[in-house]
Design a binder for this molecule. Sequence first.
Ligand SMILES: [Zn+2]
Length: 256
Amino acid sequence: MSAETKALVEEAIGIVCTQAKLDPKSSLAIDDMQARPSLPVHSPEARAGAERAQRLLPVAKELVVTSLLQLSVEYGFQKVPRFETRLRQAIGRVNAVKRVRPDMESRDNASVFLSRPHVITFGTIFLAGLRSDESMISVLAHELMHIADGDNDSLRPLVAAVGNKASDLTGLDIHGQRGEEITCDLIGAMAVRSYITGTPGYESIARRAARSIQHNCVEVDEGDEDHLSPRDTIRALLALNPVLVRELINNRQEQR
Ligand SMILES: [Zn+2]
């Protein structure tokens, strides 16, 4: 990235994490969620989150399918015959997802057990910490993208291409599982962007867009072998997504 692009990415990160403090519906940061006590499934906050997730699941599925097709075109995979078949199967897996299961033990995580591919298991702390439709769609889309990839990593060529591009742009090591995680996050951000376009309202574009990645605005910034640190995740996502950078900075949506 040029110095100028880097500066724009840092400016956009500032907007996302400032909104985290100003927006009454902002997402809690992951490290804040991690520090909280477990939340019973029947607590009002967990129930409200579970209802939000279940209500938004159908729209998240549709948005993931569109975003996945769009990403395949962007990375030049739309005309690769073997990939087309895999893409069709991936979309079938997304369409087969039926419900969100709130789970106290999962705390601040959401996950998919590929033995039960119709269900997204969602920690109650996470359900309660995502306080907007935008943030919920982003996380649902992330999990749906794992389901799309399936237990054989069938979208590996696309995932690897996204990871390689993110590595090149940021100088960070974003290969293997990290490539998959960043691709899932990218699909999440793309899904939210389409959602904002489809549901105009009075809230500012920057505020709504920020919610798609805001849970990464941590104080304690630690990653592991499979995940970039949360703040590097925002950095890599914005590097991959210059449209989102401009929309955050200019506070207005661009045409497709
Ligand atoms: Zn993931």
